[in-house]
Design a binder for this molecule. Structure first.
Ligand code: FE2
Length: 233
């Protein structure tokens, strides 16, 4: 009796025997489960350092993914975007609490240390097989469109597209999230500031894409999360 074969790359292309196909599927599932576990573990680490902004950052990561889809990113880039959106600030675990939680303005040397967090995040994540590209995207999430960001001073399309997307959603999250020492901005004001810095700090294409659908959903999302939508600054 002939052994069954399952084509995997279309007619005339390479085919695999059923046991091999099943084994590959198992390995893919194990890799995917491991990837999810790593993301969860690092997320818990962010929670331990009180560096997560809860429901907002999750929603913003979802919006970031939608921007990536709208811009036509490939599946592998979208996977990296998911990691980068959720873990872009993982390097802050290496920043002293006295700096992370300082209510006032940072001294120049403190700010210089704070600016190391993208490199710290890259240094950790690049060690994990499968996370090398996301590590690079995290390394560049504080570059600005006009080349005045850090760590490399990349500009425009020199900046990885995933980093440009994370830059916008990270800034928006930072603006609308409340801290112990300040209240989050109303989302209308955060939108105004995003538009104002579009083309200088932010990629205008990403800002426009983000606001196209996010703006329509903000009122309900932020009202549900108990965030001010129209309070004074
Ligand atoms: Fe950051």
């Amino acid at each position: 009796m002939a052994e069954s074969r399952i084509p995997v790359l279309g007619e005339g292309a390479l085919s695999l025997r059923a046991p091999e196909f099943i084994r590959i599927k198992q390995l893919e599932e194990q890799t995917s489960a491991l990837r999810s576990s790593v993301i969860c573990a690092f997320n818990q680490l962010l929670d331990l350092k009180d560096l997560n902004t809860g429901v907002h950052s999750t929603r913003l990561a979802e919006w970031g993914m939608r921007v990536g889809q709208e811009l036509g990113l490939e599946e592998s880039a979208l996977q990296n975007l998911e990691v980068a959106a959720l873990l872009h600030d993982i390097g802050k675990v290496g920043i002293p609490d006295a700096i992370l939680r300082k209510p006032g303005k940072l001294e120049p040397e403190e700010y210089a240390l704070m600016k190391k967090h993208p490199e710290y995040g890259w240094a950790v994540l690049r060690m994990l097989p499968g996370f090398e590209r996301a590590a690079l995207d995290i390394l560049h999430h504080h570059e600005t469109f006009d080349g005045k960001g850090y760590p490399a001073g990349l500009k425009d399309t020199e900046i990885p597209v995933v980093s440009r997307i994370v830059c916008v959603i990270d800034a928006f999250d930072a603006m609308v999230s409340s801290r112990p020492y300040r209240k989050g901005l109303p989302h209308e004001e955060a939108v105004r500031r995003l538009k104002e810095a579009s083309g200088t700090q932010f990629d205008p294409v990403v800002v426009e894409c983000f606001l196209t659908f996010a703006q329509a959903e903000m009122a309900t999302v932020f009202a549900a999360a108990g965030t001010s939508v129209s309070s004074a600054l």
